[in-house]
Design a protein around this ligand. Sequence first.
Ligand code: LLP
Length: 411
Amino acid sequence: MKISGVDLLDLKKEYGTPLYIFDASHIKRNIDGYLNNFKSNQFETEVLFASKAFNVKEMIRILIEKGMSLDCVSKGELYTALKVGFDPKKVYYHGNNKSREEIEYIISNGVGTIVCDNLQELELIDVIANELNKDVNVMFRMNVGVDAHTHKFIITAHVDSKFGVLHDSEDYKKIREVLAKSKHIKFVGFHSHIGSQIFDLNAFKSAAERLVGYCKDFDYPLVLNLGGGYGVHYTNDDKPIPFDIVSKTLIKTVEDEINKQNIKIKKLAIEPGRSIVAEAGYTLYTVGFTKKTPNKEYYFIDGGMTDNIRPALYQAKYDATIVGKENEKKDHIVTIAGKCCESGDLIIEGIALPKAESGDLLLTYTTGAYGYSMSSNYNKALTPAVVFVEDGKPKLAVRRMTYDELIEREL
Ligand code: LLP
């Protein structure tokens, strides 16, 4: 079996397993899908990659090549991007609890826009901007109160969310006072992110309607950022909406809304993460032992929750195949279990696969988002390597951790 012309057996030989594999041409196609369709003749548009989904230098290089903007939520994500020459002006920096040190780092590195999450943060940004004598563009993350139907851990806009400010709140009034007095803060617009792995575009419609309404508080055209959250295909139960339709629907929704409310906006931005990388990513494992219990059959793999925490954390579902046995009868209903000392370390439950032998390769699909970026060293597992493949050629992006690296910070 090959991905982008590269044989999986060769990848196993060269880089070992578990191994994260990214099809670079697929990532580029996804980016183009947004860039080519997220356009309006009524306002400027901007597409950011939400780098929390997958932030490594090689990914950032692709974003640079494509002219994408970037959403960072930590100093580490920003640091990685700056190291490979990403233009800081194209960065939007998020986070509900930015530290003084972080804000100093953001401002002194000339980050384009800070997405401010609360009143205390705004006050701190004001102090630091004055100390550094630098102007900063600030957007506000609003809690638009739209309940998206997704897993409760990845919903972000219910009223008690830790993220964002409610428009109808004392804090919002005070924010406007701080903005009116600030010498260095330029308020540029509103942001909202209502959740992740969402298939219902109506949820975005309500969010857009509210953001446009908030623009009436300011007498100049603002930037609106609708966040990310567009769902992807993990299993056949998921029916994602194609990029062109997502893009065009969001544009049309906002165009209709600004015309209805008679508002002019400067720019509309979105920040997809998952939908750009998820389906372009795969994880390759080696099957070890297999086990039958009275009610189950297990295939054990050489990775698990350390390289993919999503099934344990969100009951996320995945699809998989046994490499080289794609056309064999899928007459075993099995549970794919990892090697962590944890009963919940199950990657897939109840999948139909052919009989596997020890040494077979198992490939899981759609692991490109929040896999590597949420990996851990639980049980002192080594972080797997990441390889990009394109036009028949592999390119190592992250080499596998070594045991010396695993303990190198321990004194
Ligand atoms: N913008 C903001 C402000 C966000 O918080 C997020 C995701 C995104 C954009 C990108 O959302 P996406 O297009 O990737 O859905 N770890 C969870 C997902 C957490 C999402 C956090 N925020 C998972 O593995 O499902």
